[in-house]
Each structure stands twice: as C-alpha cells, then as structure tokens.
Design a protein around this ligand. Structure first.
Ligand SMILES: [Zn+2]
Length: 143
C-alpha cells in the first residue's frame, strides 16, 4: 500500500465529493454494474473473467463465476461490502473532507466511534490501493 500523506487522500476524496454525487453508493453500484455487465470485470474470488448474471439479491445484481461457481455482487470484495448504514457514506465522505474529528463525525451521523474509525480505515486503504489505470471513473477509485 502506498503511504500517501493524509492531505493527498483528502484531495482524492474531495474530487469525488466535488463530482456532485449526492448518492455515492448508488453511483458506485451503477459504475460497477456497468463494468461487470460489459464483461470487463472479474470474479472477486478467483479472478476468472467468465461469469454469468445470477439474479438479484437485496437490490444488487448477482453474478456467478463459471470457474469457481461462487456468486458475487457489485459490492463483493469492495470496501462497501458488508457496511451497515450505506446511506450515511455520502455524509461521511463530506465530513472527512472537512477534516472533522472522529468524535464529531460519530455525533453527526449517529454511528459509533468504532464504525467511524473502521470506515476511515477502509476509505483510506481503498484510495491507497487505487494505483492502477484500468478504472473508468474516479468513483471506481474506491473499489
Ligand atoms: Zn471465481
């Protein structure tokens, strides 16, 4: 993982917020789904590139890998997978860009401090991990 100074992380995150995406998770899901539906993605479990659509599950498109037979969605293996309170991510990103403390974020969003801390970690590591050039938009940086 690259060890960027926090200011660099914040500039990447500000770019995302500046895009005016008021619904980050939804945009994220749309972009991911486009990539997967256009067969440009890969199985998050085994990296195989052949998979088929496999129904819907809680609003997410599911896919099934032809190699390992495991299923996945737009969120599998991304930092958003398994997050509770997905609806609060947009507000969280904004507060993060404003360099608000975890204590302040915790109160503003009514989440516990551990959640606030975990999200910060997930977001920062996904930004650091984005050192590849095959993404189609800045949102995908956070995959
Ligand atoms: Zn697979």
């Amino acid at each position: 993982m690259l060890d960027l100074p926090l200011s660099d992380h914040n500039s990447v995150i500000s770019e995302i917020v500046k895009l005016g995406s008021s619904d980050f998770v939804c945009d994220f899901q749309k972009i991911r789904r486009d990539v997967l539906n256009n067969k440009q993605g890969e199985c998050p479990h085994c990296k195989h590139t052949k998979y088929v659509k496999f129904g819907f599950k809680s609003g997410s498109q599911r896919y099934k890998c032809k190699s390992c037979n495991r299923s996945f969605t737009e969120f599998t293996d991304t930092w958003i997978a398994g997050l509770h309170h997905k609806d609060k991510i947009d507000d969280y990103l904004e507060l993060m860009v404003q360099e608000q403390s975890l204590d302040k974020i915790k109160v503003e969003l009514a989440i516990n401090k551990k959640t606030a801390f975990d999200w910060r970690h997930k977001i920062l590591s996904s930004v650091s991990d984005s050192d590849n050039d095959d993404f189609t938009g800045i949102c995908i940086i956070l995959i």
